[in-house]
Ligand binder design. Sequence first.
Ligand code: KG4
Ligand code: ZN
Length: 360
Amino acid sequence: MDERKKTIILGIETSCDETAAAVVADGREVISNVIYTQIPTHTLYGGVVPEIASREHVLKINQVIKKALEDAKMTWDDIDAVAVTYGPGLVGPLLIGVSTAKALAYAKGIPLVGVNHIEGHISANYLVDSESIGTVLSDSPSEQVSEEPSQFEPYMCLVASGGHSHIVRVDDYTKYTIIGRTHDDAAGEAFDKVARALGLGYPGGPKVDKLAREGNPGAISFPRATVGDSPYDFSFSGIKSAVLNYLNGAEMKGQEVNKADVAASFQQAVVDVLCDHTIKAAIDNNVKSVALAGGVAANSLLRDTMKERAEASGLTFRCPKLIYCTDNGAMIAAAGYHEFVEGRRADLYLNAIPNLKIGM
Ligand code: KG4
Ligand code: ZN
């Protein structure tokens, strides 16, 4: 039996519209995970209003952190370090998390670790719930491994969220190389804009996902763009415009639009490109597996298609449980743990960096 005391990290996330805190042991076992989502507030405006997001974070952050400790049945004495997202994201929201984490680390005399939000999303792949350790997670198409392999196997991770679309080679827990990136819109942004054009509201991704299940993905041929000479980069502004043109054209001709077909055809085109580029990147880089991360990783077609195509190419596949795809504190605690064991510490001058790059 392992008698070593586990390292307990409290993770704090406030980079956008979720106020979140979680307690995670050894960068893996989620002991508590509290998410206060501001989605109902921002829905009134059709998107995130940064000033309102900041105010909501201020109002909720202390409660969310207190509940994360209570749910974990822990006190501050049990916490080895506080990990906080310091970028990329919205500056006001980021500052609420960063200043709260600094105040807590100072007052409680515990170390502080700054975490890159994208690296947090990637690290969600290491998380398991305490009740599902040793079992297969039910709502994930992947068979999430209960034990981390003793030796790190590099893998290719597609990070697709509202603000980012990257293909990242993960060489170790804290070593990342960007292989592909979007030249314009992020994949989640395209989902959100198409959803708005279809009158589905905010946030669009889950609504397009749901409506697409009733549509025919082959009904309309939307472009699957490649960019310049990079086979791993993305461009989603073209497909977004193609959907808007299709809708405007139909309206001008007075034609009825089958919204489910539009949603399904758009989603299929985006998923095809995301999967093709990621799998090509994995094969060309000689890694043995692919993973998903970020809010768009919650998309059911993307999860199913990536698993299918990866396995058909002899690659293994993993993706986080749904709740750890969108923003949460557990992924920040997981990434923070690996920074912490490598001895990286932030001081009380830690600042929010809205355009923080991966691997800094
Ligand atoms: O990672 P996340 O919570 O926040 C950012 O870091 O941006 O990602 C939010 C994004 C939104 O654009 C949302 O529409 C998208 O993820 N999303 C989805 C799904 N669930 C969330 N996109 C497609 N299908 C989904 N099921
Ligand atoms: Zn995110």
